[in-house]
Design a protein. Structure first.
Length: 279
């Protein structure tokens, strides 16, 4: 494949609490050294974590930054090819070079729904540490990234044209049956990780907003994962999933998450980042 999804970034209120959740439930491991802490200082004990292929950047939330999903990133065969495709077909989209301290990105762009995307290329000096190696395989891993869009078909065209993702119908790459009843949802793949595009709706503030919606993880058994989540909630309540169906719009948000064409169990991380699980 020309491109593959290689990282997801989340802004968190508490790095250690949130990292414990992803390490305990999904077996993710630290792959980079050092990140900014809540006081703005360098902390060598922090770093990106990974499922062996996808890096998860747990970034410290500071004033003016929202907690939650922030962006995701592709590794491509050629960043020049990406730039050429953008210039030719999407000249109005924003493109910027990444900050020097970012261990993954060469470019930062926005898709037509406003989602920020980092783009990297193997062998480029900016790409370092845990993103240099192929990593490892493990049974629990990031399975899909979901984006909400006002015009799903146009957004799907963007990811096909720029990143050469393939549209899936009926069955995902790993054999998970797609919910064809998920009205208007589209699914593309890089061969391992799927990109689900969900239409915006007028049912809640959340569903009206374009951009990253949730992430999904593959687990070997939903029942076993559920038991481990319950145990984590008892032993380390600070790292427990945040309940979704609270407040005026909570039940609506949970129903919307449960309608994902790939997900089978809806939950959130300790900061409230929405996710679902699939066997």
């Amino acid at each position: 494949m020309f491109s593959r999804i290689r990282h997801v970034a989340i802004y968190t209120e508490n790095y250690h609490r949130t990292a414990a959740f992803y390490k305990t439930i999904f077996g993710m491991k630290k792959i980079t050294t050092g990140m900014t802490d809540d006081k703005g200082n360098y902390d060598p004990n922090r770093g990106h974590i990974s499922d062996g292929v996808i890096g998860l950047a747990l970034l410290q939330r500071h004033a003016g930054i929202r907690s939650g999903l922030d962006h995701f990133g592709f590794e491509v065969e050629s960043t020049e090819t990406v730039l050429e495709r953008l210039r030719k077909s999407y000249p109005d989209l924003r493109v910027a070079t990444s900050l020097e301290h970012v261990p993954f990105s060469v470019l930062r762009i926005q898709d037509p729904a406003g989602t920020h995307i980092d783009v990297s290329q193997q062998g480029v000096a900016k790409v370092r540490e845990g993103y240099l190696e192929e990593g490892w395989e493990q049974p629990r891993h990031l399975h899909h990234v979901a984006i909400r869009a006002g015009k799903p078909s146009l957004l799907a065209d963007f990811y096909r044209n720029v990143f050469e993702l393939r549209q899936l119908e009926g069955v995902s790459e790993k054999g998970s049956t797609l919910r064809l009843t998920s009205k208007g949802h589209l699914c593309l793949s890089d061969g391992k990780v799927s990109l689900v595009i969900i239409p915006t709706e007028n049912t809640s503030y959340h569903s009206m907003t374009e951009g990253l919606d949730h992430i999904g993880f593959k687990v070997e058994a939903l029942k076993k994962a559920g038991q481990e989540l319950e145990e984590l909630s008892r032993s380390h309540p600070e790292s427990a999933p945040k309940q979704i169906d609270l407040g005026r719009f909570g039940p609506v948000t949970k129903r919307e998450l449960e309608s994902c064409m790939l997900g089978r169990h809806a939950l959130s991380d300790p900061d409230g980042v929405l996710m679902d699980l699939v066997e």
